[in-house]
Every structure is written in structure tokens, then in C-alpha cells.
Ligand binder design. Structure first.
Ligand code: COS
Length: 380
């Protein structure tokens, strides 16, 4: 039985506890899903999560506008990840793909959000490029003004939901200034002529992922999100909201690894006694539990701080993501060790957690980048 005591922490309101309980019950009935066709599985997950109302927190409610509730985003990711990594992925990308529209979009652009929140439109965030992943300000893709339009040319890569998304948030160089101050954000529907999936990318925990080619993709000037040259700050503001949620997904994976380990340690006999009785195993379990609680504290501190109205939580979000993802890797590695051969057997839950966790230390700002971000915030 997963530890739910953290829900009593003062970071949460009763609505968060009710939400977590409702979602956990839904997950128990509907997850995990079959991962053999990830495109079909993700489309289905987005539709079903949308239908059940669980995608509502991913974007601005245009009927009742207010800030995104980061605690709900984190609780949702942690709960979904505990049950099924692909369900967490499907949820998270609906938020990341529309974050710029929620935070900076015009009312006209925000009309898309009713559909993404209902699971009827799939979204994606197109920031990374073959030559610029961590160094966002160094991007090559251009958006050139031509009359009432912009023409986008270049490539994006590692784009989650690439190939199944209906709507992309795309960042491109508009050239107001060199580096970070010359980038703008655009809303690009997937069926815009010239936008092509150049390559599908296969990874150790498969999900829809692609390299995209923009061959003179023409969009109206009204597709720009925010003002010219604001794209870098928009991207960073979106990441400020969503980075702590990556930590939350890692936390969900780690909690599942601990639950599986406790089951294993209680049921498996070794040297005439349950595995749990070995002090070496108790040492591992204690360290796993400690990492999980410490990660949860950092995550919900970041989420609560943002929800209380802090304009920037760059430091808190970076700390939460860095610590939670790195420590979850350790927690899951211990779970594999305690499961012995079963821990590396294809199809075992612990084996899949071992593959699922790795990318979280890379995407939305690699661990090394988080250290740079934290040091810069502290050194100011
Ligand atoms: N919110 C709002 N504004 C921000 C910001 C944030 N979180 N972070 C930076 N900015 C602003 C800065 O204040 C600065 O503006 P001013 O000069 O007006 O103060 C501007 O943006 C440029 O910032 P900075 O000088 O820090 O830019 P760098 O190019 O040095 O940024 C890092 C370096 C590494 C921090 C950045 O490129 C980064 O976060 N990289 C990782 C990106 C990532 O997550 N990639 C994965 C893609 S998504 S899967």
C-alpha cells in the first residue's frame, strides 16, 4: 500500500487530497495500458484522461481563468507515474505543449485550450534542436517576417508527441537581438503545409518522439505567442511551472519501486527468514524511504511556492527536479538489486521503472543544467 501520509502536509488543501484519491481510484481501474503501440496507447490515454476530467489542470480554464495549480499538476504526475509511465507522459505533454498558450496566449489562441483540456487535441512543445538542447539561446531555426505572415525554417528534435500531436508550440529565431533576446514563440497546427515528421525516434522507454522538419512553414503573424523576442523568457517561464512536475513523475516511479520492494522483502525467504529481516536490506529500504520523503518535500515546496504567487521559482523547481530525478534513479536501482534476477527480467515492473526513470534526468533541463541554474540563482 503506497504511503499517503504526505498528503497531510500543510502544502495541500482538502481539494488536493480529494483529487489525489479520485485519480488513484481511476488509475486502479484503468491502468496500466498495453504499451505495444505507443501512438495508439497515447491517443487513447489522452482521450480517456480528458473524458474523465483529469486533463483539466494542464491548461488555463478560459471560463474561469486563474494560474495553473502546480500542486495538482505534481500530484497528478506522481499518481499516474506510480501506475503507468505512459499515462504520466500523456498527461504531462498536454501541459507542456500548451503552457506558453496558457501563460502568454491571446484569447483567440486560448480557444485551443478547451480542446486540449478535454483530451480532444494533442499538443507538443518544440524547443530542442539538433545543435541546441541545453543551450536554448543558441537555436538555429528561423522565423522570417513576410507580409502578414512568418515563415519557419529549420529542425526540431526530441519532440515528445512528435508524430501524433495536433498542435505544436514552436520556438524560432526572429532576430530582434543575438542569442536569448532574438527568439519568439509560435502556435503551429500539425497540418500546416511544410511541417513534416523527418524521423521517429526510438528510446529505452518508448513513447511518441520525433525529429521535425519545418520546410518554409507559413503561419499568420497572429500565431505568435507573446511579443517578438520574448520566446526565450516564455520557454523558461513554462519550464518554471513544469520542471517540478518532472520531479513529481520521478517521485511516482520511486514510490512504486519502494512498494514493490516492500512486497518482495516481505514475501521472499532467504537464509530461513523474510528478506526484510536482513539488516543490509533494511538499510536499502531506509535510504529509499528517506530519498522519497526528501524529494517530495522539495517538489511540494516548489509547487506550493509557485501556487502562492511567486513570479519565479527557478531555484526551487531546479532543486526539485535535480534531486527527485537523481535520487529516484538510485531508489529504483536498489529495487532492482533487491529483486535479483527478476529485477532485470523484461516485462517486470521494476525493470520497466529502471528504463522509465533514465530520460527524466535528461529532458526539460538535464541534471547538469539544473546545477548551473541553481548556482546562478544562489550566486546572484
Ligand atoms: N523565467 C523568466 N525569465 C528567465 C528565466 C525564467 N526561469 N530564466 C532566464 N530568464 C531570462 C533572464 O532573466 C534573462 O533576461 P534578462 O537579461 O532580461 O535578465 C534571459 O532570460 C536570458 O537568461 P540567461 O542569461 O540565463 O540565458 P542562458 O542562455 O545563459 O540560459 C540556461 C542558460 C542553461 C539556464 C538555459 O538555456 C536552460 O534552462 N537550458 C535548459 C533548457 C531545457 O530545459 N532544455 C530542454 C528542452 S525542453 S524538453
Amino acid at each position: 500500500m503506497p504511503d499517503r501520509s504526505f498528503l497531510d502536509w500543510p502544502f495541500f488543501e482538502q481539494r488536493h487530497r480529494d483529487w489525489a484519491d479520485k485519480l488513484d481510484a481511476w488509475c486502479g481501474k484503468n491502468l496500466p495500458v498495453d504499451h505495444s503501440d505507443v501512438d495508439a496507447a497515447c491517443r487513447d490515454l489522452v482521450a480517456r484522461l480528458g473524458e474523465a476530467g483529469f486533463l483539466k489542470p494542464t491548461a488555463l480554464d478560459t471560463d474561469n481563468p486563474g494560474p495553473l495549480d502546480v500542486r495538482t499538476l505534481c500530484l497528478t504526475r506522481e499518481t499516474l507515474a506510480r501506475h503507468d509511465g505512459l499515462a504520466d507522459f500523456a498527461f504531462a505533454m498536454q501541459g507542456l505543449g500548451t503552457g506558453a498558450i496558457s501563460l502568454f496566449g491571446t484569447p483567440e489562441q486560448q480557444q485551443w485550450l478547451d480542446r486540449t483540456r478535454a483530451g480532444k487535441t494533442i499538443s507538443a512543445f518544440a524547443l530542442s534542436e539538433p545543435r541546441s538542447g541545453s543551450d536554448v539561446a543558441n537555436m538555429d531555426m528561423t522565423a522570417t517576417r513576410d507580409g502578414d505572415d512568418y515563415v519557419l525554417s529549420g529542425e526540431k528534435t526530441w519532440i515528445s508527441n512528435g508524430g501524433i500531436a495536433d498542435l505544436y508550440t514552436v520556438f524560432a529565431r526572429t532576430g530582434e537581438a543575438p542569442g536569448a533576446k532574438g527568439i519568439s514563440a509560435f502556435l503551429v497546427p500539425a497540418d500546416t503545409p511544410g511541417l513534416e515528421v523527418a524521423e521517429r525516434l526510438d528510446v529505452i522507454a518508448p513513447h511518441p518522439l520525433a525529429r521535425l522538419a519545418f520546410n518554409d512553414v507559413r503561419v499568420p503573424a497572429s500565431a505568435m505567442i507573446g511579443r517578438p523576442g520574448e520566446g526565450f523568457k516564455i520557454a523558461m517561464s513554462v519550464l518554471d511551472v513544469f520542471r517540478s512536475t518532472v520531479g513529481a513523475a520521478a517521485l511516482g516511479f520511486a514510490r512504486r519501486a519502494l512498494d514493490e520492494t516492500l512486497d518482495r522483502a516481505g514475501s521472499r525467504e532467504l537464509f530461513g527468514a523474510p528478506l526484510f529481516d536482513l539488516q543490509m536490506v533494511q538499510g536499502h529500504i531506509a535510504e529509499m524511504a528517506l530519498d522519497i520523503d526528501a524529494a517530495a518535500l522539495l517538489i511540494y515546496r516548489a509547487a506550493w511556492t509557485k501556487d502562492m504567487g511567486a513570479p519565479r521559482v527557478t531555484r526551487e523547481a531546479a532543486m526539485a527536479k535535480l534531486f527527485a530525478t537523481d535520487r529516484a534513479q538510485e531508489v529504483i536501482d536498489k529495487a532492482v538489486q533487491i529483486h535479483g534476477g527478476d529485477g532485470v527480467r523484461r516485462g517486470h515492473i521494476v525493470e520497466s521503472l529502471y528504463r522509465e526513470i533514465r530520460a527524466l534526468r535528461i529532458y526539460e533541463g538535464a541534471s547538469d543544467v539544473q546545477k548551473v541554474v541553481i548556482a546562478r540563482q544562489i550566486g546572484k
